[in-house]
Design a protein around this ligand. Structure first.
Ligand code: NI
Length: 137
């Protein structure tokens, strides 16, 4: 089994809040990410695919195809957008890095499998110090 990783980046706005909570409780729970007038992050996404090497191509997956899948299924929808308001696959969800990583995994899984490989993990950096890793379970 070989693992190969593609990195993509996107910039997006969000806020973490619960409508039914007071501003004080939102601030206490979510800190600066609860700012009512939104704020942005420069996200860094690492998509790791696993499989066996195709003897004809030497590839686990064609990285051009993987790049296209990530862009059409994930980053085109997120880049320069508001995660809470603009992104169909995040509608009604908390715009946390954890929830976003799971949603991204679900967006990519079947498309990667159509290329004859398996989606191993998603790593999503919200800041250079904080990232989430999701392996599909
Ligand atoms: Ni934030």
């Amino acid at each position: 089994m070989i693992y190969i990783t593609r990195r993509e980046r996107f910039n997006a706005a969000h806020k973490l809040f619960r409508e039914e909570w007071s501003d004080e409780k939102n601030l206490e729970t979510f800190g600066k990410c609860s700012n009512p007038n939104w704020h942005g992050h420069n996200y860094e996404l690492f998509v790791t695919v696993k499989g066996t090497v195709n003897p004809e191509t030497g590839f686990v997956i064609d990285l051009k195809e993987l790049k296209n899948i990530i862009r059409t299924q994930v980053t085109d929808a997120l880049d320069h957008k508001n995660i809470n308001l603009d992104v169909n696959f995040m509608k009604g969800k908390m715009a946390s890095t954890e929830v976003l990583a799971v949603a991204i995994f679900d967006q990519l899984k079947t498309h990667v499998e159509e290329q004859g490989a398996k989606l191993h993990s998603i790593k999503l950096y919200e800041t250079e110090n904080n990232f989430v890793e999701y392996l599909g379970e």
